[in-house]
Design a protein around this ligand. Structure first.
Ligand code: URA
Length: 239
């Protein structure tokens, strides 16, 4: 048996129209199911079994895999729903018309690169500790990061009772009593970057993720998304 979905979703999955536009097509009497015109909203159809026509042409719903990069602004949660009603990243991808979920997470206050997809197998490869996808961040720290502290960050510091694995870290700028650093980590523990710098006495003021594996944030504007390239998808696919 194929997946059972509402007719407007089926039409959206075929790529013929967005879900909202599909409702209009149904209203206008342009859609037939198994040869019969349907003007009622919300009827269910079975993918691969029911025959759906738009303007007399057969359309096929494809459960196409979608992979996107989002530039998450600070002040958004990366869960599908938030118990405190804060904005969620789902709101940033509404115009995609395909349901995707976040791959891994970024803190509410953290901005930058977030990957989203509807491909669960691929998502597991990106987040699984075994594959150690590297993640690169820019962080603004309170105070001046000393060389001994920098070396501790590079070698590993104790957070939550366990030492972090070696990280690459470089000081980019020191100004106004703050330090800008670039840091690449190879694990993904909860609030890891914030906890690492807290452990050396330089709390993070601002944090932005700019790269995961071979996927770069680049100049994607804040709050916007783009499709990943086949090279970006393939990098994890072949792991
Ligand atoms: N490390 C953090 O502290 N926060 C994030 O959102 C990601 C990595």
């Amino acid at each position: 048996m194929g997946e059972i979905v509402r007719l407007q979703k089926y039409i959206a999955m075929s790529g013929a129209a967005s879900r909202r536009a599909a409702e209009k097509l149904i209203d206008e009497g342009r859609v037939k199911v198994n040869g019969k015109k349907v003007t009622e909203q919300g009827i269910k159809v079975e993918i691969g079994n029911d025959k759906v026509e738009l303007d007399g042409k057969l359309i096929r719903a494809e459960n196409k895999k979608v992979y996107i990069a989002v530039n998450k602004p600070a002040g958004y949660v990366t869960t599908m729903h938030d118990q405190f009603d804060r904005p969620t990243v789902m709101e940033l991808v509404q115009d995609l018309n395909v349901r995707v979920f976040p791959v891994g997470r970024l803190d509410y206050e953290t901005e930058g690169l977030l990957i989203m997809t509807n491909d669960g197998t691929w998502a597991n490869k990106v987040t699984h500790p075994r594959y150690e996808a590297s993640k690169r961040y820019y962080a603004v720290l309170k105070g001046v990061l000393t060389i001994p502290s920098l070396n501790r960050i590079r070698r590993g510091v104790m957070i939550d009772g366990r030492k972090t694995s070696p990280a690459e870290c470089e000081i980019k700028e020191i100004e106004g009593g703050m330090t800008l650093v670039e840091i690449t980590i190879h694990e993904g523990r909860n609030r890891q970057v914030r906890k690492m710098f807290e452990a050396v006495g330089n709390p993070v003021i601002e944090l932005k993720r700019v790269q995961i594996g071979n996927i770069q944030l680049g100049n994607l504007p804040e709050g916007r998304w783009r499709h990943l390239t086949s090279g970006e998808i393939g990098y994890f696919m072949n792991k």
